[in-house]
Design a protein around this ligand. Structure first.
Ligand SMILES: O=P(O)(O)OC[C@H]1O[C@H](O)[C@H](O)[C@@H](O)[C@@H]1O
Length: 294
């Protein structure tokens, strides 16, 4: 069935809805190509979306999967924090790209540089975002291509907000013996020796190293990967960092678009290439992928 743009009942903004034959569903806003909802066949909400999220077509959406490109945080003060992609208006692509595998439904979204992005960041870019819904599995892939004539440096990340029943009992697998940069400790590096990460205060870490599947114990699992392709060359794997974030009490209160108590109900598990900038040569593509299995 051909996909089209409709108005979201949740946001009142243009969106694309994907429905799986098993009853599962996904909603993607054109604003930022933000996936704001992924429901399983049994109706569970896998992604957290704040009750205070602002849907005005300008502000980044607090929840779902905002797309971070071409910077993480704000190393370049001339550009907004987390870059330009999460607040840009994307288009639903007519071209299907790789066809959906049997039993999956899929949509592709595209964004290129514009006068507005060039004013904030002087590089040509071409982004394609694939959203693929299988049976209780959501795969999202951000393809970053350099269509220009000069290399540029960039960072990219999928800022996935997952729901948890209660953060104080939540445990996350996958980080044992992985080095991390603690953004709350002057960006110093440490090694996490715990078999499972838990939450008793604000957590804001960039895990960087050999990371396999990451998952909330008893809940959602995420598999993260990144590949680089250059014209005429074989695909190369790029190591993926994973940011783990929960704002806890004080930071939650400081965020205008996040309820004071909502930190209980979410954790962000965000795959990206952010611990350093990557250079992308003309014609190259980086494909950053997260598979969310509920
Ligand atoms: O408030 P935002 O710009 O959406 O950023 C939300 C969070 O994103 C990432 O997880 C960063 O590691 C955090 O430091 C930041 O607070």
């Amino acid at each position: 069935m051909a996909l089209g743009v409709t108005t979201s009942a949740t946001t009142g903004q243009p969106c694309v809805a994907l429905a799986h034959p098993n009853g599962g569903s996904v909603e993607v806003q054109l604003h930022g190509a933000t996936v704001t909802s992924f429901k399983t066949s049994s109706g569970n909400d896998v992604l957290f979306l704040s009750e205070k999220a602002v849907f005005n077509g300008a502000k980044a959406i607090r929840g779902g999967i905002p797309l971070v490109f071409p910077q993480f945080g704000q190393p370049d003060k001339a550009m907004p924090s987390h870059g330009v992609a999460r607040t840009a208006t994307w288009s639903l692509s007519e071209e299907e790209g790789e066809p959906a595998v049997e039993g999956h439904v899929k949509a592709n979204f595209v964004l290129g540089h514009s006068e507005e992005t060039l004013a904030k960041w002087p590089h040509s870019f071409s982004l394609r975002y694939e959203v693929d819904l299988g049976a209780d599995v959501l795969s999202v892939t951000l393809h970053v291509t350099n269509p220009g004539e000069e290399a540029f440096d960039f960072q990219a990340l999928l800022h996935t907000y997952l729901t948890v029943p209660e953060i104080e009992g939540a445990k996350v697998n996958g980080f044992q013996n992985v080095q991390y940069i603690d953004q709350l400790e002057n960006n110093e590096s440490f090694k996490d020796e715990r078999p499972q990460a838990d939450f008793t205060r604000e957590v804001d870490r960039i895990y960087a190293g050999e990371i396999g599947d990451v998952g909330v114990v008893g809940g959602t699992t995420v598999t993260n990967s990144c590949e680089k392709t250059a014209p005429g060359a074989a695909e190369v794997c790029v190591p993926v960092d994973v940011v783990l974030w929960n704002p806890w009490i004080a930071k939650a209160k400081s965020l205008g678009d996040f309820g004071d108590e909502e930190y209980h109900k979410m954790v962000c598990i965000e795959p990206g290439i952010v611990s350093k900038s990557h250079s992308i040569a003309p014609g190259e593509t980086f494909s950053l992928k997260q598979v969310i299995t509920a």
